[in-house]
Design a protein around this ligand. Structure first.
Ligand code: HPA
Length: 237
């Protein structure tokens, strides 16, 4: 048991899918894994281990934002020897190049967060995806019949959902950011620090340019495509 996860040693698989919402973790476990067992309910942040196409896979809720996500990622890497984390999340599109329900495979992440500024003494670090996982996710997506377009590009990991200064997104968009979410920059940094693999795959759930939003049903459907890509990638590297 680690500070925030109640699993015994060995109860968490080397591969972890990492949604923000613990109920999405439960949904993934029941829809995709066989013989799934819940290993932790601490703070309602559910975690499950089961089997997908012969591979042991866990699904752990991360909570929202880089501080919450970092607690779980650190404990998965340090206390449970997790080798691969694939975030499966939602994001808000920042450009009309990206449509509603599109899937973004993040090759890197920029951020307004102070977390990496503290870690790197005020200098800039470029958090990037594990290349093998990234390539495997692209290949998995090409093998599947998908409703949505798939993009590989930059995410902007913000510390604020309700930003009082949305104009601060503009320079990031001007330099290639496709969408905003709240976790990837810190996840990629922690994976690099621990020498493990990480990848973020996000579905566009809302559009900050066109102001469209997805329905709950649409989110469930596109979330399934993203989970299939994540499982295909994580189990093939
Ligand atoms: N902002 C930040 N995170 C998000 C958003 C957003 O608009 N949509 C989904 N995750």
């Amino acid at each position: 048991m680690s500070t925030h996860i109640a699993a015994a040693p060995g109860e968490i698989a080397p591969i972890v899918l990492f949604p923000g919402d613990p109920l999405r973790a439960k949904w993934i476990a029941s829809e995709f894994l066989t013989d799934a067992v819940c290993y932790s309910e601490v703070r309602g942040m559910l975690g499950f281990t089961g089997t997908w196409e012969g591979h042991r896979v866990s699904v752990q809720g991360s909570g929202m934002g880089q501080p919450s996500m970092s607690i779980y990622a650190n404990e998965l890497f340090e206390s449970y020897d997790v080798q691969t984390i694939v975030r499966v999340g939602s994001c808000g599109a920042l450009t009309e190049r990206v449509g509603m329900r599109d899937i973004i495979i993040a090759n890197g992440a920029c951020t307004d967060s102070g977390i990496n500024r503290v870690r790197f003494h005020g200098l800039d670090y470029a958090p990037v995806a594990d290349f093998g996982l990234l390539r495997a996710a692209v290949e998995a997506s090409e093998r599947m019949p998908l409703e949505s377009a798939v993009h590989v590009g930059l995410l902007f990991s913000s510390d604020q959902f309700y930003s009082t200064r949305p104009e601060l997104n503009d320079p990031f968009v001007r330099h290639g950011a496709l969408a905003v979410e709240m976790e990837t920059s810190a996840l990629y940094t922690l994976a690099a620090f621990h020498g493990r693999r990480a990848l973020s795959i996000c579905t566009v759930s809302d559009h900050l340019v066109t102001h469209e939003e997805t329905t709950a049903l649409e989110r469930e459907q596109t979330f399934g495509d993203m989970v299939r890509i994540a499982l295909g990638a994580a189990t093939s590297v």
